[in-house]
Design a protein around this ligand. Structure first.
Ligand code: PEP
Ligand code: MG
Length: 566
């Protein structure tokens, strides 16, 4: 078995076709007839553009506009007056067209590769692709035609370039394996757009695999099964069938409201960590953001992000979400989330220590600058503030006071913000569950963080395998907490959501419907599945299941029973 990055979901079973790199070798020669060489070059560019245009048209029909635009971008790059001018200048200095193309392209490749910015680095791949195609045309080399690949082909390449992708016939290519690329590389985007299972960054794939051998590509788990046994082929064929069936069926839920079988409507939001994730939330049909984990804006850097930087990030998320609700959780550091430049001291018991709201309330300047950034972004959409790790009413009050202070500062500077911004509590500690009736009187909403609520209720560290048997949201104690939080919030007329992983668990859904949860916040890929699972339940059915569950004494009994009803 070979491992790589799961880049495009699904399972493909087929025969390997290795597309080795073309040998684009030539002997540089001195040019005597410059005009003829310039014409040879411009003919090659014309041929390249014509070919690329044809490929773009084909891909537009088979895949979509966005993918065709990547190829059309190649035409724009080669037609760019600066790049073209540089190549022509070299030819005028009596270099052959091949050398001129190679030299200028290399300059751009080095420039783009050095930026460290993922999007700009993608441009380097584009230029490499253009260079190879132009050289092939100039050298009269016939490139391997992926479009000739027979049915059930698994394409194995070092790097999947957009022009290769253009040759892919969706009905023949059942899987893609590359040696390079990440989740967000063009290869991944294109593979997903083509809906072909893909595993990227498989080390040495083009040498470890051989043409015509049978393999299985598991794009959901980032695995390549080599020399599969008859049983493995049968198992993966079943998995593939069920994946395709589920996928077809899930699409029926796109663009629909999230409603139970009794007609009750729910909000179905996404959890995000960066503004970029908001794009994924939108693409996944999320109706808003139920948890923006802001600590990602503070990580992977050497100093705190400024108020302006944060404002831009929150505003960008709001614009991407087209003004839909966004719940921004204030900085939740400490415990398992480290930010080295804050210089937090090592603690005996970090999960119970100086973290999250506790740290923020003691570092008021930093906290206020985050709150001001959130408030400023609230002028651009429906933005809400949420405090993590609340254990006492005083913490909520202190946080709200700071929000009021930040508001007066902004008013004094004539900066717009939403005067009625909602301030909520992330109920993720045992204490917040027990005092939910008190917190509900002073919070505008609750969102249940079951990841931590489970750990703090069970006194079981989520990362410790020895106590993993205790760490379950289906423990009666955790279910009692969830029920209590929802009931206390409902009684005070505030909305109660859930942003912990449990919100997407099909076995938890009937219980949440019965308890009265109004908002689910899940990871983007879970949106349609959760919408489907909610639609299955009537209130009566959910209530009956919940009544039974809440009368049971052990997690095992509960899970054994729930498995029979979902
Ligand atoms: C949670 O605790 O349930 C939660 C959603 O937050 P995090 O996983 O970021 O701690
Ligand atoms: Mg948490």
């Amino acid at each position: 078995m070979l491992k790589g990055i799961a880049a495009s979901e699904g399972i493909g079973i087929g025969k390997v076709m290795i597309v080795a790199e073309q040998k684009l070798e030539y002997v540089p020669k001195e040019v005597t007839d410059v005009d003829a060489e310039l014409k040879r070059y411009s003919d090659a560019v014309d041929a390249f553009c014509e070919e690329t245009m044809e490929q773009a048209d084909a891909i537009r029909k088979s895949t979509g506009n966005k993918e065709a635009e990547i190829l059309e971008g190649h035409i724009a790059i080669i037609r760019d007056p600066f790049m073209n001018g540089e190549i022509e200048n070299l030819i005028k200095s009596e270099q052959c067209a091949e050398k001129a193309v190679e030299q200028v392209c290399q300059m751009f490749i080095d420039m783009f590769s050095a930026t460290g910015d993922e999007l700009t680095m993608q441009r380097a791949t584009d230029v490499k692709d253009i260079r190879d195609s132009l050289l092939a045309i100039l050298l009269g080399i016939h490139q391997v035609k992926i479009s000739d690949a027979p049915a059930n082909t698994v394409l194995v390449v070092k790097e999947l370039t957009p022009s290769m992708t253009a040759g892919i016939k969706k009905e023949n290519i059942v899987g893609i394996i590359t040696e390079t690329g990440s989740q967000t590389s063009h290869s991944a985007i294109l593979a997903r757009a083509l809906e072909i299972p893909a595993v990227l960054s498989v080390e040495g794939a083009t040498t470890k695999l051989s043409t015509d051998e049978q393999i299985i590509v598991d794009g959901s788990n980032g695995e390549v099964v080599t020399a599969p046994s008859i049983t493995e082929i049968a198992d993966y064929t079943d998995k593939r069938e069920s994946f395709l069936r589920d996928k077809r069926e899930l699409e029926n839920y796109r663009g629909k409201k999230t409603v139970s079988a009794s007609g009750t409507e729910y909000e179905l939001f996404c959890n995000i960590g960066t503004p970029k994730d908001a794009t994924k939330a939108m693409a996944a049909d999320g109706e808003g953001v139920g948890l923006f984990r802001t600590e990602f804006l503070f990580m992977d850097r050497n100093a705190l992000p400024t108020e302006d930087e944060q404002f831009e990030a929150y505003k960008q998320a709001s614009i991407i979400m087209k003004g839909a609700p966004i719940i921004i959780r204030t900085l939740d550091i400490g415990g398992d989330k480290e930010i080295p430049y804050l210089g937090l001291e090592k603690e005996e018991n970090p999960f119970m220590g100086f973290r999250a709201i506790r740290y923020c309330l003691k570092n008021r300047d930093m906290f206020k600058s985050q709150i001001k950034a959130i408030l400023r972004a609230s002028a651009f959409g429906d933005i809400r503030i949420m405090f993590p790790l609340i254990t006492a009413v005083e913490e909520l009050r202190a946080g709200k006071e700071l929000v009021e202070e930040a508001k007066s500062d902004l008013r004094a500077s004539n900066i717009d913000f939403d005067e009625n911004i909602q301030v909520g509590v992330m109920t993720e500690t045992a204490a917040s569950g027990v005092i939910a009736h008190l917190l509900a009187k002073e919070a505008d909403f609750f969102s249940i963080g079951t990841n931590d609520l489970t750990g703090y209720t069970m006194a079981a560290d989520r990362g410790n395998g020895d106590v993993a048997y205790l760490y379950s949201p289906f423990q009666p104690s955790v279910l009692m907490m969830i029920k209590r939080i929802i009931e206390c919030g409902t009684k005070e007329g505030i909305s109660v959501g859930m942003c912990g992983e449990a919100a997407a668990n099909p076995m938890m859904i009937p219980l949440l419907i019965s308890f009265g949860l109004t908002e689910f916040s899940v990871s983007a890929p879970s949106v349609l599945k959760v919408r489907k699972n909610i639609s299955k339940w009537t209130q009566e059915e959910a209530d009956a299941v919940t009544e039974k569950v809440m009368s049971m004494a052990t997690e095992k009994e509960i899970l054994d029973y729930l498995k029979t009803v979902v």
